[in-house]
Ligand binder design. Structure first.
Ligand SMILES: Cc1cc2nc3c(=O)[nH]c(=O)nc-3n(C[C@H](O)[C@H](O)[C@H](O)COP(=O)(O)OP(=O)(O)OC[C@H]3O[C@@H](n4cnc5c(N)ncnc54)[C@H](O)[C@@H]3O)c2cc1C
Length: 269
């Protein structure tokens, strides 16, 4: 587990980081290093230069703005778990953060690093989709906003282009009267999930999402409709699972059904 030699840069400004990433095809951002260092060690990833993004002010911490909370991409899971940053989600994000891996991983792992890696079983992806988050992506050439549900396009695959960074994640504040449900099934505490379901019921609509599919986290439109209308959530879940995870075996499909029903039950309780 020894990586190939690489150079290391720790810029304290966004422009410097973006120009380093834009100028060199073999440069990669590194945040908490919880996944990237393993991939480098196994030589499943290679970089001539690692650009540490954790000292860039725009990527650090979180602030409230216009009915939303804007999380810098380098916000750690532990900061969210510990309530060190504002919570737009009425406790959902704190619960999710506290169930990621174990504390040593949460101390260093970041929300932006998790999204960029796009592990199919990552916890933040379905949660941020259900919360209606948007991601602010920057490069030396400019910035663009991507809705959470449009960001990943496969397992370990996203719309990020070379030279781009996730700068921040904007999560709308849940209004009074909003309820959420969240269920995660993993074989043991701290392990990656085998299914994650999230349902957010606002006064003006429902969003539901599924994670730990064979590919990437997705919206569950039939489940959202069934929860909103008081319809048959189990039937809706079966229909959505067939679309969201078509290659799921019987065990995985049962895990998805159980997490969706549990999340929906929590919303409706
Ligand atoms: C033992 C273990 C168990 C884990 N269990 C879970 C779990 O149960 N659930 C879960 O969700 N996660 C889990 N993780 C993943 C962990 O929570 C981190 O989220 C993950 O490692 C990535 O975050 P990081 O900050 O460490 O990113 P890094 O490892 O530094 O980087 C990961 C990738 O993201 C890129 N990157 C980093 N920051 C940015 C940015 N701002 N913009 C663009 N690209 C960027 C890097 O270039 C790299 O490709 C686990 C990790 C470990 C080691």
């Amino acid at each position: 587990m020894r990586p190939a030699p690489f150079a290391f840069a720790r810029p304290d400004g966004l422009a410097d980081a973006l120009s380093r990433l834009g100028a060199d095809d073999d440069a990669m951002p590194i945040a908490g290093g919880q996944s990237l260092l393993v991939l480098l060690g196994l030589r499943l990833a290679g970089a001539e230069t690692l650009v540490d993004v954790t000292r860039i002010p725009e990527l650090c911490g979180a602030r409230e703005a216009d009915g939303a909370v804007v999380f810098g991409a380098a916000t750690t899971h532990a900061m969210i778990e510990d309530g060190k940053v504002p919570d737009p989600s009425r406790g959902l994000m704190r619960r999710v953060a506290g169930r990621i891996a174990y504390r040593a991983v949460r101390n260093r792992g970041t929300i932006g690093g998790s999204l960029a890696l796009s592990d199919p079983a990552a916890d933040w992806c379905p949660v941020l989709i259900a919360l209606g988050a948007t991601y602010d992506i920057v490069s030396a050439g400019g910035a663009r906003q991507v809705a959470a549900e449009d960001f990943a396009d496969g397992a370990y695959s996203t719309v990020l282009e070379p030279g781009e960074l996730i700068r921040s994640i904007t999560v709308p504040v849940l209004q009074e009267g909003t309820r959420w449900g969240h269920a995660k099934h993993a074989r043991k505490t701290g392990a990656f999930a085998e299914s994650i379901a999230v349902v957010v019921k606002r006064p003006d609509g429902v969003r539901a999402a599924l994670g730990a599919t064979g590919s990437h986290a997705v919206l569950l439109p039939s489940v959202a409709e069934a929860v909103a209308s008081g319809g048959d959530v189990a039937a809706a879940a079966r229909a959505d699972i067939a679309m969201a995870d078509p290659d799921a075996d019987a065990y995985r499909a049962r895990c998805h059904l159980a997490t969706i029903l549990n999340a929906a039950r929590e919303v409706c309780a």
